[in-house]
Design a protein around this ligand. Sequence first.
Ligand code: C2E
Ligand code: CA
Ligand code: CA
Length: 375
Amino acid sequence: MISFPLLAEQWPERFDESIDEQGNSFFRLNGDEFVYILDDTTQINETAEKIISLFKKPFHFVNYEFFSSISMGISIYPEHGKDIEQLLVSADMALYSAKKNKGNQYSIYQVKMKGLNDKGLMMESKLYNAIKENTLELYYQPKMDIRTDRLVGMEALLRWKDPELGFIPPDQFIPFAEDCNLISEIGEWVLRNALHQINKWNEKYKVDLKVAVNISPIHFQEANFIERLQSIIQETKVDPKNLEIEITEMSMMNYNQHLIDKIKSIKQLGITISVDDFGTGYSSLGYLKEFPVDALKIDRSFIVNMQDGKSGVAMVSAIITLAHALNLEVVAEGVESLEELEILKAHNCEYVQGYLYSKPLSTEEFSKKIEEYLL
Ligand code: C2E
Ligand code: CA
Ligand code: CA
């Protein structure tokens, strides 16, 4: 809702306008978003509450009752914006703040945003829009079997390029998304897109590649994670054996029976699980024998340390031996040189990822890689 006593005519023509009984204009912005323009700024709270009270009752349609909720973000001219575009940005931020409080809420930009970090809120609303408008992108890094020098799959890595802020690296916006409760939505977006893509590649090239998806511990720990995962698998019609889930070692540290059961259920679906960034946790290896995981991904820092000579190599060799003793496969991350590759081969590591083979690639670039490697 925008309180904009001036010219409703300034409203961009692309939107259809309707006028209500009080003579106020409203527009459908997109999907389920509407803008209501109120002339009288003294009536903001009353109007917002009136609208919310309408949504507390069911709607009747063909003998059925439907319940719906509404969230409203309010901006006021001229304090929160001197033109429609600015007012919409402010209203959007306020809307986001209202949505976080879940269901039938409104928030006024001025009041609710006070004391909040504007930059953080701007990022939050931009990220929220990036999900909604599908402007996030997945890149894929090849995973190679070094025993056969064959491409076996890829890791999906998220990219976000905001038109104003530019490229924002995932290790910056993922923790941010975790803080502001957007991570599960992002995680589901990544799963859905990665699974659609692996289907396309496997069908087009008649191959059986596996895509690895990073799942944040916050998303993973959600009560309905498995149900949601199952529904995405059904929706995308992917064979679960073509999906691998990467969970960081850190998120396995404080394990309990609940987490163990969850991992078991995921395995029962036929999905592979690997422990990401292995070696960066607190060296508590207890969880490894409890968790029915399939693979360890040795963190890049260990691969880099192999250059230090014997002790660096000994560490990597010890991790590989430990993994094999537990019947786990090993993936070395961040392999950049032939020298590193040779050492890993000599110590019976199975898989590698790294710039030596390829950086993460866009979908189009990756398609060319498949052709190069497999055909
Ligand atoms: P990660 O899961 O450990 O991913 C590996 C990171 O190492 C990627 O960085 C990759 O581009 C980079 N890398 C791969 N090979 C090499 C190499 O040879 N040398 C060097 N220097 N770097 C290499 P990226 O894509 O910037 O991702 C950073 C982190 O962001 C990821 O670390 C992961 O923790 C997180 N992330 C990325 N995408 C997602 C996602 O979809 N969901 C979640 N929850 N986290 C994600
Ligand atoms: Ca990873
Ligand atoms: Ca990693």
